[in-house]
Ligand binder design. Structure first.
Ligand SMILES: [Zn+2]
Ligand SMILES: [Zn+2]
Length: 170
């Protein structure tokens, strides 16, 4: 199942809405599994890779996928073309990801783009790759149109994620 772990305070109703959206997208249970402490010394903006390595107190079973949720800014990534904002981060096929509600005021105001980012990073945990369908949450997130889209998958990515989830369970 999907375990949403909060690193800052969030509204319960908005978290419930996010879990419903994740459940609809993946067809697998999603719940708020409590909060964790931001590791000391990371400062802000937060280094997403270090955060995933250092965060403690995450209770999850094998095959669970963890989505850390923060309202703090994540450190920009260095790309050959310059720096890029980091709305989320996950390593392909691993068990932990992180997203931020930044640059939105909160989860309510930024619900759609934040939920879309959540689908994208969790999709990577289930080994989905970037997708060419601009409506799909696996579309490259650095594209200008990404944040305008809905938190949904295309048929191909939905089926692929269902396959991966079934494989993980067996
Ligand atoms: Zn990606
Ligand atoms: Zn897709």
């Amino acid at each position: 199942m999907i375990r949403v772990v909060t690193l800052d305070l969030f509204d319960d109703k908005q978290l419930a809405k996010l879990n419903r959206t994740l459940y609809t997208a993946f067809g697998v249970g999603s719940e708020h599994s409590g909060s964790a402490e931001m590791p000391p010394g990371l400062g802000e903006p937060v280094d997403a890779e270090k955060l995933l390595e250092q965060v403690k107190g995450i209770r999850a079973y094998q095959d669970d996928k963890v989505l850390l949720l923060t309202s703090r800014k994540l450190k920009e990534r260095e790309l050959p073309s310059g720096t890029a904002p980091t709305p989320g981060f996950a390593r392909q096929g691993k068990d932990r990801s992180v997203i931020t509600t930044q640059p939105h005021k909160d989860l309510e105001v930024g619900f759609k783009p934040v939920a879309r980012q959540a689908l994208h990073q969790l999709g990577h945990l289930w080994e989905l790759h970037h997708c060419l369908d601009p409506r799909c949450s696996m579309y490259p997130p650095w594209t200008p149109s990404f944040s305008q889209g809905e938190p949904i998958f295309c048929t191909f990515c939905r089926e692929k994620s269902e396959q991966k989830i079934r494989l993980a369970k067996s």
